[in-house]
Design a protein around this ligand. Structure first.
Ligand code: NAD
Length: 301
């Protein structure tokens, strides 16, 4: 008999991912703190569970898509959590972005009950979640990865088994470092060029054809040029992810000075009330430091 799939955390990412699984013909049992998306999924054919424990009891494979490490600890390990309801031979797949040490802790707790655990964070954003084209970086044992592969193929386009428990989260931290530093670099380049009198759109046009080209300037081009910082991916969440990267650097003895500076920039923006902006909104801080808004005329002289 095919596996029944449980899905917990129906937010910006989780709701479209769960919808894609349902559309692919999977039997789905769902639970989330916010009732709206649960109703929608139930109307589309999913079944409702009243707690993570009940999802663990009713499903063979449970997927989590939660905001952060404390939420995953509560939902996976809590008294009323998934593992409390799970049976030997079940599989728990955490696709949230959390701290690698918490991923290892959840895997250990699963092993004690005979439940396989994978950490499988994603990149690709809400668009990738809707279109089923996420990049999925998977940590854990081969047998679990093989069992999860058909589900991953519904949710994503690039699926790489990167190592043992926690390795998926380590690679996600690496991903978030590159994205954050790229946003900072593009922001500095735009402010420098614009304050010197060059049109910011033309800067991106020509940089996009050479070694400086990157996805950030391609995908967020309009956000930068129009100062439209509707998320997308919130500064609050990216700040959380850079904390994970910096703490991982601490744990493994790896200085990350450039990441640290960008993380402080994101913290400054949160303090100014911009935590809900898209992460391309880092541009606003660089503009403030330079007293120049890109696209506006450069100062006289
Ligand atoms: P979100 O805040 O939109 O969704 C989280 C969902 O979890 C919400 O529906 C919330 O009600 C639910 N939830 C929270 N605590 C719960 C609990 N204790 N029990 C049951 N449900 C609970 O967040 P999101 O943007 O969907 O992100 C989810 C994860 O994916 C995060 O770890 C994020 O860093 C990561 N991620 C997000 C993006 C993005 O572009 N938004 C991209 C890649 C990865």
């Amino acid at each position: 008999m095919p596996d029944t799939i449980g899905f917990i955390g129906l937010g910006v990412m989780g709701a479209p991912m769960a919808r894609n699984l349902l559309a692919a013909g999977q039997e789905l049992v769902v639970h989330s703190r916010s009732p709206g998306p649960v109703e929608e999924l139930v109307a589309a054919g999913a079944e409702r569970a009243s707690s993570p424990r009940e999802v663990g009891e009713r499903a063979d494979v449970v997927i989590l898509m939660l905001p952060d490490s404390p939420a995953v600890e509560a939902v996976a390990l809590g008294e009323d959590g998934v593992l409390a309801g799970a049976s030997e031979g079940d599989l728990l797949i955490d696709m949230s972005t959390i701290h690698p040490t918490v991923a290892v802790e959840v895997a250990r707790a699963g092993a004690e009950r005979g439940v396989g655990v994978l950490d499988a964070p994603v990149s690709g954003g809400d668009v990738g979640a809707r279109e089923g084209t996420l990049s999925i970086m998977v940590g854990g044992e081969e047998a679990g990865v093989r069992r999860a592969q058909p589900l991953f193929e519904v949710l994503g386009g690039t699926i790489v088994h990167v190592g043992g428990h926690g390795a998926g989260q380590v690679v996600k931290a690496c991903n978030q470092v590159v994205v954050a530093v790229s946003i900072a670099a593009v922001s500095e380049a735009l402010v420098l060029g614009s304050k010197a009198g060059v049109d910011p759109g033309r800067i991106l046009d020509v940089l996009g054809g050479g070694l400086a080209a990157n996805k950030v300037m391609e995908v967020r081009r309009r956000n930068f040029l129009e100062h439209d910082f509707t998320p997308g991916f919130r500064i609050d969440l990216h700040h959380k992810d850079l904390n994970i990267a910096l703490e991982s650097g601490d744990a493994y003895g790896v200085p990350l000075p450039v990441t640290g500076m960008v993380q402080q920039g994101m913290r400054a923006l949160r303090a100014r009330g911009h935590g809900g902006d898209d992460h391309s909104g880092l541009l606003q801080l660089v503009e403030e430091l330079a007293a120049h808004r890109i696209g506006e005329p450069p100062p006289e002289g």
